[in-house]
Design a protein around this ligand. Structure first.
Ligand SMILES: Cc1cc2nc3c(=O)[nH]c(=O)nc-3n(C[C@H](O)[C@H](O)[C@H](O)COP(=O)(O)OP(=O)(O)OC[C@H]3O[C@@H](n4cnc5c(N)ncnc54)[C@H](O)[C@@H]3O)c2cc1C
Length: 409
């Protein structure tokens, strides 16, 4: 098995446990550490999965891979992940937004669990042994050339080498006849240079609708102002669903923000008028609508042409309309993107129609299996990316034993 990340570990453990110590499973990791991404995941807490236990609804959280994953989640879904970890001593908790973490809030708990399970099952764990090249054996199996110069023969091979951010990451799969959906980033934040948000880093709006005019891209949820522009769950989801479209626009596009989701120009105008009546003697900057944080409100009012001294009593019809427009359709010019430090993934990878999702075996090269982010699968934030790795790893590991599919863990 190549790749000592979440998917490689799940596959290796599953396979070794089923074969009950008959040996023969080696997990090769190119880097100096196993599970390096698990370590840094979820801000060091590891958002293992998401508290949604209906396979179809869970699969809807994948901009790429939804259809292929529905069946896979019927075999091994979030509830199975929870049971899997809890039966090995890692208790999970669910946060109000559905994200599930170990109760220790420490990703090392997950790493320790996976290392222990792999060792107990007899998996041979080897770091600093990367697979450089793979060729098919004359009859069956594969010959691997490692970065140490060694050559290894194996009957079956799992590639779980992670997201192929650069096309080279998918080179092994390509060398065995596979094609890649071209890799582009997903889960990123937006650069904005605009007086309405400059200097407001840390200001959070609980619910806003963000959309890209001229596309179907639209998301509603929390939005966070950062040093460079805009972030938060709604922006990250938009970046995931729009990963390809936004890449094609070279990350230069207009972004429309409705700071009052569900309201339109007419209803926002009424809200502004009602605010005027309620706070007639107060300064507009000091009496915001409750949904809008006061510092952002000041900037929107300023953009609508209202000075810090203007009072509600002096608000003209035109200014009412200008303020309503800022509230429901502030338009920003996005000029680039930044990595989201908490979680990012690659959109693209091994094309899904080349893989049999009942086994995760290649349809192109028998004996070759895939799991994890190397596939053209990626989810929105919230534990969905790890769940795809656990599920595809579990299915691949089971299939590699050659035993019939079973529903138990
Ligand atoms: C900062 C960050 C935080 C994240 N947080 C979360 C989170 O909280 N929840 C969530 O669901 N998702 C999260 N993700 C996404 C999640 O980490 C990935 O989707 C997941 O790790 C994919 O697992 P994988 O096993 O497919 O790949 P990886 O975890 O990337 O593992 C692949 C492994 O293969 C090794 N490798 C590569 N090439 C070779 C080779 N030729 N030979 C041998 N080994 C090789 C790599 O060194 C690596 O260790 C986060 C991602 C990042 C970057």
């Amino acid at each position: 098995m190549a790749g000592g990340g979440a998917a490689g570990f799940f596959a290796a453990i599953m396979c070794a446990e089923k074969l009950r110590g008959t040996g023969g499973i080696t997990l090769l990791e190119r880097g100096p550490q196993f599970l390096a991404k698990v370590k840094i995941s979820g801000g060091g807490r590891c958002n293992i999965t998401h508290g949604c236990f209906e396979p179809r609804a869970f699969a809807e959280r994948y901009p790429r891979g939804e259809r292929a994953l529905i069946g896979a989640f019927h075999r091994f879904q979030a509830a199975d992940t929870v049971r899997w970890f809890e039966s090995r001593g890692v208790k999970l908790k669910t946060e109000p937004d559905g994200r599930m973490f170990p109760i220790t809030d420490n990703s090392q708990t997950v790493i320790d669990c996976l290392l222990r399970a792999a060792t107990d099952a007899g998996v041979k764990l080897q770091t600093q042994r990367g697979v450089e090249r793979v060729t098919r054996g004359a009859e069956v199996g594969f010959e691997l050339t490692l970065n140490t110069g060694e050559k290894i023969l194996c009957n079956k091979l799992l590639l779980a080498t992670g997201g192929c951010r650069a096309a080279a990451g998918g080179a092994l799969a390509v060398s065995l006849g596979h094609t890649l959906a071209s890799p582009v980033p997903s889960l990123f934040t937006f650069h904005v240079s605009d007086a309405r948000v400059t200097g407001l880093s840390g200001v959070a709006v609980e619910r806003a609708t963000v959309s890209v005019p001229g596309t179907k891209l639209s998301e509603t949820g929390p939005v966070l102002v950062t040093h460079w522009g805009l972030s938060g769950p709604a922006i990250l989801r938009l970046s995931a669903w729009g990963a390809r479209e936004l890449h094609a626009m070279n990350y230069q596009f207009p972004l429309r923000v409705n700071w009052l989701p569900g309201e339109n120009f007419a209803s926002a105008t009424k809200l502004v008028q009602a605010q005027r009546e309620k706070f007639v003697a107060r300064k507009i900057w000091n009496a915001p609508l409750s949904e809008v944080p006061v510092r952002l409100w000041e900037r929107l009012a300023e953009a609508a042409g209202l000075t810090s001294e203007a009072r509600w009593a002096t608000l003209t019809r035109n200014a009412t309309h200008a303020l309503a427009r800022q509230l429901i359709e502030s338009e920003f010019r996005i000029t680039g993107k930044s990595l989201n430090k908490d979680e990012f993934v690659t959109c693209g990878g091994v094309k899904l129609n080349e893989v049999d999702f009942r086994t995760m075996e290649s349809r192109v090269c028998p004996g070759l299996f895939f799991a994890g982010e190397l596939l053209d699968i990626d989810g929105i934030t919230g534990g969905f990316n790890f769940q795809a790795a656990w599920t595809t790893g579990w299915i691949a590991g089971l299939a590699m034993t050659g035993q019939p599919a079973a529903c138990e863990q």
